[in-house]
Ligand binder design. Sequence first.
Ligand code: NAP
Length: 328
Amino acid sequence: MKKIRWGLLSTARINRAVMPPIRGSERSELHAVASRDIVKAKEYAKEWHIPHACGTYEELLAREDIDAIYNPLPNHLHAEWSIRAAEAGKHVLCEKPLALSVAEVDQMRAAAKKHNVVITEAFMYKHHPQTLKVLELIAQEAIGELLLIKGAFTFYLDRPDDVRWVPEWGGGSIWDVGCYPISFARLVANAEPVEVFGWQATGSTGIDVVFSGQLRFAGGLLAQFDCGFRAPYRTALEIVGTTGSIELASPFKPEGGEWIKIKRGDRAELIESPRGSLYQGEIEDMERAILDGQAPRISLENSRANVGTIVALLESARSGQAVRLAQT
Ligand SMILES: NC(=O)c1ccc[n+]([C@@H]2O[C@H](COP(=O)([O-])OP(=O)(O)OC[C@H]3O[C@@H](n4cnc5c(N)ncnc54)[C@H](OP(=O)(O)O)[C@@H]3O)[C@@H](O)[C@H]2O)c1
């Protein structure tokens, strides 16, 4: 195989972000789209110049001319359809959050292994050069020993019929946007939290519309985050060390050219974030994994730990108790 022939599993809004890097790559080709409604699939394929349209997701998975699936379904369908794709022999780039329980991630991992395919989570910011630059600064001990990581991601969810309102579909702000500061904290810590505590305010459908959480890592490193659907768009990340701090203007959706602020003592230095197209990295990562046999940057073990942390935070918010995480 020299080129990956991609199929889009649904007509989700987020497809618009991944279509350009698939099209822009010499090693990928946008081949088909599926929708639960054939009319919708055909219209979508025409609008976005996609060669083939399928009227069911099963039909897309059954096609022999498809190598990889992009799974941007509502959160509760991530595990089921990624597993069905793996069973059909397709590689899968699955949207965040990868699943809604560690048991689901384990089933996905078993399916990937059994059918010898790649399944990885589409956490685009982890591939961006800005994120890699931050990790480099931390490794160079630019701010000394790490003490605290603070992050936030909120936006105003004004679409009343959005899937994010439905509790049993993995709705709620922590699954949707809290997963970003949580994953960034784990990435920077290069470790998993041993204990978490969360508070939430719930909306009319029962999902968390404001969430505030704390993570404690072994060795004393702490992290705090908030997320929500009721405040305007707002993202933040601050990493505090013994000799300084790093702040990012756009931690989760960088395009490059934004500032990275490095404070040491009284001095603050602004450096420019390296440029890079936000969604290109996850497509290139899949190409390296499928065509060159490299391990994907985001392992299923890593996604499993993010899912486990979110589940524990939700459990804490419900019980009012801190939750200790088993290190498996
Ligand atoms: N990485 C990022 O930057 C990013 C950004 C936004 C969203 N996301 C993730 O991408 C996923 C999709 O988000 P989105 O905002 O693009 O969603 P969306 O526009 O609501 O699309 C979801 C699609 O799923 C299909 N679907 C299947 N069963 C459904 C059901 N029971 N109810 C509603 N839709 C159903 C629909 O396609 P058909 O009608 O064509 O079958 C629908 O278009 C989520 O997991 C989200 O976390 C990631």
